[in-house]
Design a protein around this ligand. Structure first.
Ligand code: MET
Length: 375
């Protein structure tokens, strides 16, 4: 256990050995393979990796493990208060591994709490990976659990409505079934789901952890037993995080706190101003804060999104620059209309990811776009 504060650890995690190595920036290991003259020793090591162990030694092959990716995994585990973390090529690859691990263990039933990110909802609803789902409210989740339930899946604050779930109440009610929390919107700056009884925390690292819109990744922080199952799945599915992405994500962690706090202050102010705007019928902003704001508008939401000039009209979130999108058209388009309605996602909802621009400039852009789209 480190004596330093969380913010300090976010700057140094995954890099504690660098000075002793005579380095300042973490080395990027791009090897696809790891030579060894000890063939028998390598064979034994490969067996260990195939069973999901990772002792930190030479990875044998680039799909199996990577020293730069391990630095990011170790740092994220430390910042989430987890025993381990396993990194993947995207957030959806990370979620897929969680589901496949449950299917492999013979527990293919999932209880899902809506709303979730649209493709997550679709993956569960379609059963494409061999799972089945029962949708439930947070209050009813425990009663939806059966003998074959391997996972309860929840996202808080949720994409795109920013609904929040009382994680302590949910994990207490659902125990001993593991609860997976998609904490992408909160980041470990604002929330630590493992402290509230969750078994797994998932991040689309593409968003705040990277923070600059130029790296894709996913990561799950959890106990070592679960991590072993996830590494087994990653070993065979090949959804490994690229070492360059591991480097960028580790770098992103060192500025995460200052980015999230800065953008959150602006987002809270925009949420206040939007609530007073005549073209806005409802504002969604989480009690824990954060840099995401959603709002329902009496204006035409599609015209509004196309009318921004400073803010970028694009899916994704968590970058230093602000992005806006219409969930019914993009992030949650893959859901059918009935499911969207059940999840509380209005066709009038617009989702804003607030970046690090000046609040007055962002407000000016939103205000002119709302006026342009008025109907
Ligand atoms: C292709 S939809 C987009 C991705 C991302 N998860 C978001 O919520 O914006």
């Amino acid at each position: 256990m480190s004596l330093h504060s969380w913010t300090t650890r976010a700057v140094h995690a995954g890099k504690d050995d660098l000075a002793a190595l005579g380095l300042h920036a973490p080395p990027i290991d791009l090897s696809t393979t790891y030579p060894s003259h000890d063939v028998v020793g390598e064979a034994t090591r490969l067996d260990e990796f195939a069973e999901g162990h990772d002792d930190g030694g030479p990875p044998v092959y680039g799909r199996v493990a990577n020293p730069t990716v391990r630095r990011f995994e170790n740092a994220l585990a430390e910042l989430e208060g987890a025993e381990a973390a396993v990194a993947f090529s995207t957030g959806m690859a990370a979620l897929s591994a969680c589901l496949l691990a449950q299917v492999a263990a013979g527990r293919s039933h999932v209880v899902g709490v809506r709303p979730l990110y649209g493709t997550t909802d679709h993956l569960l609803d379609s059963g494409l990976l061999g799972t089945s789902v029962t949708w439930a409210s947070p209050e009813d989740a425990a009663s939806a659990i059966t003998g074959r339930t391997g996972l309860v899946v929840v996202e808080t604050p949720a994409n795109p409505t920013l609904d929040e779930v009382d994680l302590r109440a949910l994990t207490d009610a659902c125990a001993p079934v593991p609860v997976l929390v998609d904490s992408t919107f909160a980041t470990p700056v604002l929330q630590h789901p493992l402290e509230q009884g969750a078994a797994m925390v998932l991040h689309s690292a593409t968003k705040y952890l990277g923070g600059h819109g130029d790296v894709m990744g996913g990561v799950v922080a959890c106990g070592e037993d679960m991590a072993r199952s996830l590494r087994q799945i990653r070993f065979v599915t090949g959804a490994m995080l690229h070492p360059m992405a591991g480097y960028e994500l580790l770098r992103g962690l060192s500025t995460l706190a200052v980015r999230v706090h800065g953008a959150s202050a602006t987002a809270a102010e925009l949420a206040r101003r939007l609530a007073d705007h005549p073209g806005v019928t409802r504002v969604h902003y989480p009690s824990i804060g954060g840099a995401m704001v959603s709002f329902e508008t009496s204006a035409d939401p599609v015209t509004l999104v196309s009318a921004v000039r400073l803010i970028t009209p694009a899916v994704s979130l968590g970058s230093v620059d602000s992005l806006i999108q219409h969930p019914a058209s993009l992030t949650h388009r893959i859901m059918d209309e009935v499911s969207r309605k059940e999840a509380g996602i209005s066709p009038d909802l617009v989702r804003l990811s607030v970046g690090l621009e000046d609040v007055e400039d962002l407000w000016g852009d939103l205000d002119q776009a709302l006026a342009h789209a008025a109907r």
